[in-house]
Design a protein around this ligand. Sequence first.
Ligand code: ATP
Length: 226
Amino acid sequence: MKEKMEKETKRKKIGLFGGTFNPIHLGHLRGAEEIRETFHLDEVIFIPSAIPPHKAMEEIIDAKHRLEMVRLAIASNPYFSISEIELSRPGKSYSIDTLRHFCGGSTDTFFFILGGDAFVEIETWKDFQNLFTLCHFIVMARPGFQKTPIASQLPGSLTPDFQYDLEKKVWVHLSGYHLYLKEISFLDISSTKVRELVERGESVKYLVPPETEGYLQKHGLYRKKG
Ligand code: ATP
């Protein structure tokens, strides 16, 4: 009994935050920090993808640069860490494989973190219905998003699998895992915007951490060729 209790108290709450991070920006970092605090997560693991299934590869710089920029950007946050699991796996980076890797057989509790823009496209993800049988999901929503539990908050084919728990204010999947729609102070920053500014030779100060800005300059990344 004592042993069981000790095991239970050691169970960690871990956020898994996947992305291309091409490059990482303050929208990613602030969102992850707010989610960590709100959900009392012990750790948030940033997981850069190798080959994202839904993005044009020609716009994506070498993984070693994206990885290093994430590493530098999170270095000052003791709760943030990085995983190279998708970079070391050959082929496309499917979240279902990553979630199976982390959640399968672990006693920790996992929360997959993603932005609202990614969530609305989740029906295009490999094996998407099974994603919700592996861990909790936290969708970072823009301020002012529809807060009342209406079915249209969920992509159509998912609605039969979820029920809204009015008391806990959360969608509950048939598996028992939760889907949280959490409003964050959404910063209107995207990697696309950062890349476009750099390409035009304009400043990205206050959109990315200083370490990222320095790294971009040092390695001449995303600059227009020729
Ligand atoms: P791109 O502009 O190249 O499409 P991105 O800025 O969306 O990139 P990703 O690395 O693709 O960055 O995003 C990783 C995750 O972070 C996704 O779930 C995405 O929805 C989320 N995200 C991206 N930007 C923000 C932001 N400003 N605030 C909160 N979440 C964000």
